[in-house]
Design a protein around this ligand. Structure first.
Ligand SMILES: [Zn+2]
Length: 606
């Protein structure tokens, strides 16, 4: 339920993660994770495929010189390496290969205290060739006793340099007797890249991610052994927050326990972990379902005022959407608290699976940007507003048209109106019969008022756009109307996936419309590269314009300075034009706003 990046761990690119380690308080008592660290192979949860094999190797005296333990963090790689070291050096080892866990040697190794024969190295801080050479020299010394093994446990092994691996390869090719190397890594593919020859010298084991149910049952066992009662939902929240890491689950349990006495409640876990209350998530979901866009702002402000981590909220909201999707498809939503499951089930009919998928996709697209942003509140608000305004029916029509024989923009080219675009009435989906160019024959009446000197240049209708049927009343085309709709035209093109064309249109400016419907666009002199895409795709631009305004017949594009002579003596700046310029200036100035507008495809209102 907690989204925080853990860059080094490929398993964590899902949005769920843990609070950074720095948030864990230092504890003076023996932490649960430490106290309950396995002492024998059979204690190791979940990874029985590895522990059984290792125990068997010890029992039969067939221990390899090098092991590679791969898997996500917190699943027991280092623990198992230590148990292996204990088993190799135990004075009272069982015939099955289990260490006793109690003798002096076992206790020392288990505690991780300095041992002559077990050396733990963190490759993240000792990755150079010098360290590897030193390691090699040290490895040549015999273990401290005849019966003992020297075990090197190299953590984060993927951090070792190629040179370090080369030095290690020499040891592994001719290993000294009774020396065992155990490499642990979360990213084995990096080792394959830097040290392929080494891989063939190592026995590789892949550890499983620990499922929520296993984490929960282990937590229950540990807390029972501590004589601590816990609510089932408390265990569920801890297990989910741990995201497959037993170590983290126990640390988080410690953290929650340190916050109070008595039964461990779900509320205490939420408080300790800074989890967003599920009520808040459900309330925001309601707000989206009921399209109460305006209520987004106070809702987010309330979260922010309460000190909630908006990243955590976004993660929790994403988890809820995911669970709602599963429920709406007939599943049970996975590991959820009972309260959340009930809340989501009750709301199952309010969203279609398609809506949920779209929201999840949008949310996931935003997530990486969200983490880096210093404007999380704005990003969250705009995202939720967008969800609240999502036009669900139109999306399906959109989809149908995309799949239609004409393909995108092959037909009438009427894009789905973007939700925030207001109450315009674009003719939706009614494929217009080919027309004779709409208003080319109908002289414009009053709407030429703002257009520049009318150019009596009725061009042949060869490039005539397939102007949509004028079944819905659309205002007659004019410079003012075009200018007012310009951003919308850009976002409609974007919505159709015509990013490059949208960019070109964005750089152009309507300067005149003739009575015959001939639109002249002007590009800044620096925008020359947009000339070609605009003229090539003129009919596409015209059809998008046609969805909003009637009577457009032809598109001419010119560059500002080249056309200086032709341009009207004084370029009139309409109110809309000024506003648009100001907006684009604002967008240029404020990168965050710009990113948010792009990411969310929102139209900014004054
Ligand atoms: Zn022992």
């Amino acid at each position: 339920m907690l989204p925080i990046p853990q860059a080094s761990d490929s398993q964590r690119d899902r949005q769920v993660a843990l609070p950074p380690a720095s948030r864990f308080p230092l504890t003076m008592y023996l932490s649960l994770a430490r106290k309950y660290r396995p002492r024998t192979f059979s204690d190791v949860a979940v990874q029985t495929h590895v522990s059984n094999t290792l125990r068997g190797a010890i029992a039969r005296g067939r221990v390899a010189h090098g092991y590679l333990l791969c898997g996500p963090r917190g699943v027991g790689k280092t623990t198992l390496a230590r148990v292996l070291a204990m088993a190799l050096n135990c004075e009272n080892r069982t015939p099955e290969g289990e260490p006793c866990g109690q003798c002096a040697s076992c206790t020392r190794i288990w505690g991780g205290s300095a041992s002559l024969d077990v050396i733990e190295i963190d490759a993240a801080s000792n990755r150079g060739v010098d360290d590897a050479r030193e390691l090699r020299e040290r490895a040549m010394y015999a273990p401290s006793g005849d019966e003992r093994y020297k075990v090197y446990i190299v953590d984060e092994a993927h951090m070792l340099t190629r040179e370090a691996w080369n030095a290690l390869l020499k040891i592994l090719e001719e290993p000294p007797p009774r020396v065992v190397f155990v490499f642990a890594t979360t990213e084995p593919q990096k080792i394959t890249q830097t040290a392929a020859p080494v891989m063939s010298r190592l026995q590789r084991f892949d550890f499983k991610r620990i499922g929520t149910a296993d984490v929960r049952s282990r937590l229950a066992t540990v807390l029972a052994a501590e004589h601590i009662e816990a609510e089932p939902d408390a265990l569920m929240l801890l297990a989910r927050a741990a995201d497959g890491s037993m170590r983290d689950a126990l640390s988080l349990a410690d953290q929650s326990l340190s916050l109070g006495d008595g039964t461990l409640t779900a509320q205490r876990v939420r408080d300790a972990l800074g989890l967003v209350p599920e009520d808040e998530v459900l309330a925001v979901l309601d707000l989206v379902a009921e399209r109460r866009a305006a209520d987004v702002f106070p809702a987010v402000a309330r979260l922010a005022d309460a000190g909630a981590d908006l990243g955590l909220f976004l993660g929790a909201f994403g988890e809820a959407l995911r669970a709602a999707l599963a429920i709406s498809l007939g599943g049970d939503g996975g590991d959820l608290s009972e309260a959340l499951r009930e809340g989501l089930t009750a709301r199952a009919s309010r969203f279609t699976p398609g809506d949920l998928v779209r929201m999840l996709t949008t949310l996931m697209d935003l997530e990486p940007k969200f983490r880096r942003s210093g404007q999380q509140q704005i990003l969250l608000e705009t995202l939720l507003v967008r969800f609240a305004l999502l036009d669900r029916t139109v999306a399906i029509e959109d989809l149908l048209r995309e799949m239609g024989p004409g393909g995108p923009s092959g037909g009438d080219g009427t894009p789905a109106p973007r939700p925030p675009a207001g109450p315009r009435s674009a003719p939706l989906g009614d494929a217009p019969p080919p027309r004779d160019g709409g208003g080319s024959t109908a002289p414009a009446a009053a709407d030429t008022r703002r257009s520049a000197a009318p150019e009596p240049d009725p061009r042949p209708a060869s490039v005539l756009a397939d102007a949509p049927a004028p079944s819905a009343p659309r205002p007659r085309i004019s410079v003012a109307g075009l200018t007012a709709h310009w951003d919308d035209i850009v976002s409609r093109l974007r919505a159709e996936g015509r990013m490059a064309l949208a960019g070109a249109v964005e750089h152009a400016k309507p300067v005149s419309v003739s009575t015959a419907g001939d639109i002249t666009l002007e590009l800044e002199s620096t925008g020359e590269l947009f000339h070609q895409p605009l003229t090539t795709n003129a009919s596409e631009v015209l059809s998008v314009i046609g969805a909003l305004l009637s009577g457009a017949t032809h598109l001419t594009v010119r560059l500002a300075d080249r056309a200086a002579d032709d341009s009207p003596p004084s370029r009139r700046f309409t109110e809309e034009g000024v506003r648009r310029d100001r907006l684009s200036m604002l967008r240029k100035k404020d990168a965050t706003l710009d990113a948010a507008v792009d990411a969310l495809d929102l139209e900014l209102m004054e």
